[in-house]
Design a protein around this ligand. Structure first.
Ligand SMILES: C[S@@+](CC[C@H](N)C(=O)[O-])C[C@H]1O[C@@H](n2cnc3c(N)ncnc32)[C@H](O)[C@@H]1O
Length: 296
């Protein structure tokens, strides 16, 4: 099978719900703030006609490279930028968007790349940066941060109850002067947790990995900044759709749509994937889609 014929690895979540909620029409200007594998971008760009356009952003240049081949012949412009820079990207082009989509988090390709060190399933140096052109990788934080700060990260971003114990063990493990690989880190975390947790459905290292990844990429800070700028990116009557994957993100999105007077929430409850979608795409299980219309 040729590379082009290979089915895409990352399946876009809630595809029908996103298209139905955003209703991209002929001539629409769309901003897709998280192109990833290009699945949603393709669905949206295929509906805006020759007069419409999708500006697609991603902070990971490799993801944009992968998505590019899928999006040829579609009215798409790809830009390597973080989504808290989206307002500036649109301003530079003299645009306000009719529709905005942000599908937060990371793609399967990023998770499965051992060089990114995002997952304990794949052994590699714990880097965890989505944008490898900037920022401080996780292994540096593991070497540099004091015990208190490490515990705060694991507690606040990973919601890990044993955060202090794990932070202490990480600081002690520095003495071994071994590289911070994902496998080693996961073993240290697991050694701090009771067997009950170890035998649970979710690997006990999951929460600590989530906490570190959120800290490395300043995920909540960047999301808050983007949400503050969002009203200025969307035309009156336009629609914003945000898909989040954990409660810390969803809380920020929910609060922004409720507190900023410019939004009319399209539904109060987040839209979740059907059982059929979750069976075909387990990632969809934790997806929450919130939609809001920009008032005049
Ligand atoms: C869940 S994936 C998007 C998948 C995409 N909707 C699709 O259908 O293939 C999330 C993407 O957002 C990107 N991303 C995460 N944080 C970002 C940020 N702050 N700014 C821009 N892109 C970001 C990641 O690099 C990743 O490619």
């Amino acid at each position: 099978m040729s590379l082009e014929a290979k089915p895409p690895r990352h399946l876009p979540v809630l595809p029908e719900e996103v298209v139905r909620g955003l209703e991209p029409l002929d001539g629409c200007q769309v901003a897709d703030l998280t192109v990833g594998g290009g699945g949603h971008t393709e669905l949206l760009a295929g509906r805006v006609g020759p007069a419409g356009k999708v500006i697609g952003l991603d902070c990971d240049a490799e993801q944009l490279g992968r998505a590019r081949s899928r999006l040829v012949d579609l009215p798409v412009e790809l830009v390597h930028a973080r989504f808290d820079q989206a307002a500036e990207v649109l301003r530079e082009r003299g645009l306000q968007a009719d529709r905005v989509l942000a599908d937060l988090g990371f793609c399967s390709e990023q998770l499965d790349d051992p060089e990114r060190g995002l997952a304990f399933r794949h052994d590699g140096l714990a880097d965890m940066r989505l944008d490898r052109s900037r920022g401080e990788p996780a292994h540096r934080l593991l070497d540099r941060l004091d015990e208190r700060e490490l515990a705060r990260i694991l507690w606040e971003y990973g919601e890990e109850k044993q955060s202090r114990r794990i932070a202490r063990k990480i600081v002690e493990a520095r003495r071994d002067k071994l590289p911070w690989t994902t496998t080693r880190l996961a073993e240290i975390v697991r050694s701090c947790l009771p067997p009950r947790g170890v035998t649970g459905r979710i690997d006990p290292a999951t929460r600590s990995f989530q906490g570190l990844r959120i800290a490395v990429n300043d995920e909540l800070g960047v999301l808050e900044s983007m949400l503050r700028q969002l009203p200025g990116m969307v035309k009156a009557g336009g629609v914003a759709a945000i898909i989040s994957f954990h409660s810390l993100e969803d809380r920020l999105v929910k609060r922004a749509f409720a507190d900023q007077a410019v939004w009319e929430r399209i539904s109060r409850k987040p839209i979740e994937a059907t059982e059929a979608e979750c069976a075909a795409n387990p990632r969809a299980r934790s997806a929450r889609l919130r939609l809001a219309r920009r008032l005049p």
